[in-house]
Design a protein around this ligand. Structure first.
Ligand code: NAD
Length: 389
């Protein structure tokens, strides 16, 4: 490859700092041409820590710059649709974080911009790139339908519930579970015909997606539970076969001739060797141990306890207290949810002139439409046909 994709970031706060900026910094396919953010301290911090062409508080400079090929939008969700449309209209390839839009009107406007654009649009629905899920999808292709899926996305989110938080009045099914609704579309390769959701006002929902062939995708999502258990869990059943994946890391493949269980390294490979050696027990116990410095904070602010994970075996061949964070850029011990591959493969598609594998505008629309239909179902207290009702 003769050159790298020149990437401009619009919005580089918490998530982008810990993820896509590092991906672009470390990738052989990308260089960080510019970062736009409203926060000058954020800009100064990034400029002091990594090679950045320039920083600015005016994102329009990036859109006007012919030298920038690809824009990554990482502002909060209320700006996604507008900034995506402006970036596409400026001729850029665009990767926007999820969800693509907040309303059907915005969705339609983004789709219209995608249709008239010269660049490609990718939405940050990264579960499609999680290595465990990619492998599970290949296995599922050999199995007969119908499939019965169960997905759990359950984790405390006290900071999002605090007054003044952007998310304080936002339904989780759209703002976060769009990931899982997109995953259902990806893994099933079709849309459901009918959807149902019952639950709380903003979170703690039970969802069922029904498919024409009798398949079902059930999602339990919410902010109950504890940081001491993995956030996401997926299992799928076919006739005489099953696959389960615990927190993107521990995959069981059962009933498929010649197949075997697998382990997937954590994000950025942190303690991958220990995980390979001792399996999910190491992952879980170490992950929770890494939270110990925050115990006083959690206790004081949220009245939340963190308890060490104690496995029941007589012999535990490692002591998690011996292990510490190796990668200084990590903000925590997290699984590989496909963040890295989703960004890097988009940049490669740009450079190689190939179609991106990312969720596009239609996929972005499907996950927004599903979330909106589920909110309607919850309001009506009954299943609703999809699409529309
Ligand atoms: N894919 C995932 O797994 C995942 C996980 C977490 C968050 N996210 C997404 O990341 C995005 C950001 O979330 P966050 O928690 O990092 O938010 P954040 O508030 O920490 O960061 C947003 C940044 O955007 C900047 N900004 C706001 N308006 C701007 C403008 N007009 N021009 C330039 N910069 C502007 C803010 O100054 C801030 O630094 C959200 O869309 C969220 O959905 C994705």
């Amino acid at each position: 490859m003769t050159r790298k994709a020149r990437v401009g970031f619009i919005g580089a706060g918490g998530f982008i700092s810990a993820n896509h900026l590092l991906t672009a910094r470390d990738s052989q396919w990308m260089e960080i041409a510019a970062i736009a953010d409203l926060n000058e301290e954020t800009l100064a911090r990034h400029a002091s820590r990594m090679p950045v062409g320039y920083t600015t508080t005016d994102y329009r400079r990036l859109l006007a710059a012919p030298a920038i090929d690809l824009i990554i939008i990482g502002t909060k969700q209320d700006l996604h649709a507008r900034l995506t449309i402006e970036s596409l209209d400026a001729g850029k390839w665009v990767l926007c974080e999820k969800p693509m839009a907040e309303t059907q009107e915005e969705t339609n406007a983004v789709l219209a911009a995608e249709r008239r654009a010269t660049g490609k649009l990718a939405i940050g629905l990264n579960r499609r790139f999680a290595p465990a899920y990619v492998q599970a999808k290949a296995l599922l292709a050999q199995l007969p339908r119908p499939f019965l899926h169960y997905y759990r996305m359950m984790y405390p989110q006290p900071q999002k519930e605090e007054p003044g938080s952007f998310y304080a009045d936002k339904p989780q099914i759209l703002y976060e579970c769009c990931h899982i609704l997109d995953f259902a579309c990806y893994i099933m390769e079709e849309l459901p015909v009918r959807v149902f959701m019952t639950g709380g006002e903003l979170t703690n929902d039970c969802t069922i997606l029904e498919y024409a062939d009798g398949s079902r995708f059930q999602l339990l999502s919410g902010s109950l539970g504890t940081y001491c258990l993995g956030k996401e869990y997926w299992e799928v059943f076919s006739r005489y076969a099953a696959i389960t994946v615990d927190d993107f890391t521990d995959m069981k493949v059962r009933g498929i001739p010649g197949e075997f269980d697998r382990l997937f390294p954590p994000y950025r490979g942190e303690h991958a060797a220990e995980l390979r050696r001792w399996g999910y027990d190491f992952y879980e116990t170490y992950k929770v141990k890494e939270l110990f410095p925050y115990i006083p904070l959690y206790r004081e602010r949220y009245n939340m306890e963190i308890e060490a994970v104690r496995r029941p075996q007589e012999v535990i061949p490692f002591d998690v207290r011996d292990y510490h964070q190796e990668d200084p850029d990590l903000w925590g011990y997290v699984p590989d949810k496909g963040w890295y591959d989703s960004v890097e493969s988009f940049a490669r598609a740009f450079l190689e002139g190939t179609p991106p594998r990312n969720a596009n505008g239609i996929d972005g629309k499907n996950s927004v439409d599903l979330a909106l239909a589920l909110l309607e179902s919850r309001k009506l207290g009954r299943p609703v046909p999809f699409p529309g009702n």
